[in-house]
Write a protein that binds this ligand. Structure first.
Ligand code: G3H
Ligand code: 13P
Ligand code: ZN
Length: 320
């Protein structure tokens, strides 16, 4: 069942976080649904602009709709990740999305406000909520590259003004994470004090944490042992920080890179161990299983595991 993102955020607020998982293909979708049912968790399925062009937006939509038939128990939202204005409008018009993210965080404050406001004005009449971003993450996003030096953190005072002026429903904040596999040089440093300050100033506004993959050392080692050449210094967010962040108002935690690492490890190991093989289905099957296990593990860390029955009940009660 596809539900409004706002409903999931409201139920999670200050208690647990919901996984915002990026998907690009059939195998990821199958693994995501299986992992969330196995762990009894609600989830947010995220589609980036890149994913929409890679798999064709219509193909992804069809696969997701079919997955809801295969897994009728699933409760989830469909979200556009890192959208530009044009893509946001396309998703709003499609009637398929629960929420969109407008990401103009690389632009000056006034322009970010103006663009976000326009998207909110188009989305809200259709019951679609809007995530916007304030502050700049390090690392590389789809349409903007920010080197670590120029990354800057969200200013809590600006956050108050931004939410008030845009009417956005949730706010992606920069608190020290970045996209990709190389987030930290040396010790990780998440700025929880920023979350605390934002929660105090705008209580009830859901916060989103991007760039939250944990980049497990073991995964990097296995990939490299199977022929990969990832930098062994790759570091991510400590998974034990997810729940403390959730208690400070983070309702959505975005994970993409870790899933890509699972894909890379499974396929590299499979073809290393079966050099004569050329059927794509055996490794595909292993990937679906491994991805489902990975998703169930993340949901445990996010605190969303086990919440499916109460979320379903709340959604059905609201409908009645
Ligand atoms: O934050 C970006 C996500 O990891 C999506 O990546 O734009 O390459 O699909 P993508
Ligand atoms: P990671 O690169 O840490 O997985 O972040 C994903 C993300 O923020 C998607 O929007
Ligand atoms: Zn992101």
């Amino acid at each position: 069942m596809i539900v409004p993102t706002a409903v999931l955020s409201r139920l999670a607020y200050s208690q647990y976080a919901i996984g915002g998982y990026n998907i690009n293909n059939l195998e990821q979708i199958l693994g995501l649904f299986k992992g969330c049912i196995d762990s009894q968790a609600p989830f947010i399925l995220q589609i980036s602009k890149g994913a929409r062009s890679y798999a064709d937006k219509r193909m992804l939509e069809a696969i997701i709709r079919t997955a809801t038939e295969i897994y009728p128990e699933a409760v989830f939202a469909v979200h556009l990740d890192h959208g530009d204005e044009k893509t946001c409008y396309d998703c709003i018009e499609s009637g398929f999305y629960s929420s969109v993210m407008i990401d103009d965080s690389h632009e000056p404050f006034a322009q970010n406000v103006a663009t976000t406001r326009r998207v909110v004005d188009k989305a809200h009449p259709k019951g679609i909520s809007v995530e916007a971003e304030l502050g700049r993450l390090g690392g590389v996003e789809e349409h903007v590259s920010v080197d670590e030096g120029s990354a800057f953190l969200t200013n809590p005072d600006e956050a108050v003004q931004f939410v008030k002026e845009t009417g956005c429903d949730s706010l992606a904040c920069a608190i020290g994470t970045s996209h990709g596999a190389y987030k930290f040089t040396g010790r990780q440093s998440l700025h929880f004090e920023i979350l605390e300050a934002i929660k105090k100033r705008i209580p009830g506004t859901p916060i989103v944490m991007h760039g939250s993959s944990s980049v497990p050392e073991e995964e990097v080692k296995r990939i490299n042992a199977a022929g990969g050449k990832l930098d062994p210094s790759a570091r991510g967010v400590n998974e034990n920080d997810y729940l403390p962040a959730a208690k400070l108002g983070v309702t959505k935690i975005n994970v993409d890179t870790d899933g890509r690492l699972v894909w890379t490890r499974v396929h590299r190991e499979y073809f290393r161990d079966h050099p004569q093989e050329f059927d794509l289905r055996p490794p595909g099957k292993i990937f679906v299983e491994q991805y489902a296990k990975f998703i169930a593990h993340k949901n445990e860390k996010l605190g969303s595991a086990g919440k499916l029955p109460e979320v379903r009940q709340a959604v059905e009660k609201a409908k009645a």
